[in-house]
Design a protein around this ligand. Structure first.
Ligand code: SF4
Ligand code: SF4
Length: 137
């Protein structure tokens, strides 16, 4: 993908908002890929966590916000424990979820009322815990 970088797009509003919410410095990431390599669910992500960080920093807002990465993220903290720069990537994923939820633009949100009794019975408890961690923290 050809990317045009300019002062106007690098470290734009989205990047600054993500930094403010997460408390992380996106410039600290040097793209080693350790986070993505250790992520247990990266196979299901359309962008690796390291790509999400770089895309956010470069101002590729629509690509980042349309990706499934931060929704797939299970907040397991594996990436955070592996980052040689001490970045808390899980917090960055949480910040991106927060950005989208604050905009109220997410259309594929599932509410409990949409689930049948049988589906609720079959859903592992960890799924509910993950949901609380994603949406209420
Ligand atoms: S492990 Fe840390 S430094 Fe390496 S790509 Fe991921 S966030 Fe960047
Ligand atoms: S916290 Fe999210 S991005 Fe990081 S390793 Fe776990 S699932 Fe992957």
């Amino acid at each position: 993908m050809k990317i045009e970088i300019s002062r106007g797009t690098v470290h734009d509003d989205l990047a600054q908002t993500v930094e403010a919410i997460s408390g992380q410095n996106l410039f600290a990431c040097y793209q080693c890929g350790n986070c993505t390599a250790g992520c247990p669910v990266s196979f299901a992500m359309d962008l690796g966590p390291h790509q999400v960080i770089r895309y956010t920093l470069l101002g590729l807002d629509s690509e980042v916000l349309a990706s499934n990465t931060f929704w797939i993220c299970a907040s397991c903290l594996q990436c955070t424990s592996r980052c040689p720069k001490g970045l808390d990537i899980a917090r960055i994923m949480e910040a991106l979820r927060t950005v989208v939820l604050r905009k109220k633009e997410r259309l594929d949100h599932l509410s409990m009322g949409d689930l049948t009794e049988e589906e609720i019975d079959r859903t592992p408890q960890i799924a509910f815990i993950s949901g609380f961690r994603k949406f209420l923290s």
